[in-house]
Write a protein that binds this ligand. Structure first.
Ligand code: CA
Length: 221
């Protein structure tokens, strides 16, 4: 047996979902609606959502920040995993995508827990810092424009509390990060992030080949 992560074929992936996925019907419906959109590939997988909810509960997170909300699947997963007095600040640029998100959040009864802010994430993050929210977040999920990741890392570090968790999505980028012929801006930005985090003493680090690759970092004191 190899000690490397398995390369899941369709049959094994279906098995994994069959024996472990506990996706509520509302989330399944949101995922189905999102699958009909041209940008459907931006949707996280349901097992990734379940993993994030697991981490949220394990860490006892109350205040979460999401950078890149799209149609609101991961935000809904997080909002449902938070305690009743928990709060999620969700950042996105798209009125159109987040209109879908808001519909599902309302149906789930969690709209009151979600503070959606539209606009460039860099600006919204600066606003949060200006509002005095430095060190106030327990959990940050980064899943937006890849060329912005370095800025989201730096501002996220300011906003995250010591011991808090930040997750970066798409860090393996369909394998392109390891392909020397791939030199587009998104791939280069993800490579730079991965190298920077490898040697970053501000965080504990784990990279997981789940979905399109996740990096988990924990802010050190
Ligand atoms: Ca993503």
């Amino acid at each position: 047996m190899s000690t490397r992560s398995l390369n899941l074929d369709d049959r094994l992936y279906a098995y994994l979902q069959d024996v472990s996925l506990r996706e509520p019907p509302l989330l399944a419906r949101l995922r189905a609606e999102t699958a009909g959109l041209p940008m459907a590939v931006m949707q996280i997988s349901p097992e990734q959502g379940q993993f994030m909810a697991f981490l949220l509960k394990l860490s006892g997170a109350r205040r979460c920040l999401e950078i890149g909300t799209f149609t609101g699947y991961s935000a809904l997963v997080c909002a449902l995993a938070l305690p009743a007095d928990g709060q999620l600040v969700a950042l996105d640029v798209s009125e159109e995508w987040t209109a879908i998100a808001r519909r599902y959040w309302a149906e789930a009864g969690v709209s009151g827990r979600i503070d959606l802010r539209l606009g460039a994430a860099s600006t919204s993050l600066r606003t949060l810092l200006a509002e005095g929210q430095r060190g106030s977040f327990d959990f940050i999920f980064v899943d937006a424009d890849k060329t912005g990741y370095d800025d989201y890392l730096e501002q996220g570090h300011e906003l995250l509390r010591t011991g808090g968790l930040m997750i970066f999505d798409n860090v393996l980028w369909s394998g392109l990060v390891a392909d020397p012929d791939a030199m587009d801006a998104d791939t280069r930005a993800l490579r730079a992030l991965n190298l920077k985090l490898r040697d970053d003493p501000r965080f504990d680090l784990s990279m997981i080949p789940l979905g399109d690759g996740l990096t988990l970092v924990r802010k050190r004191g």
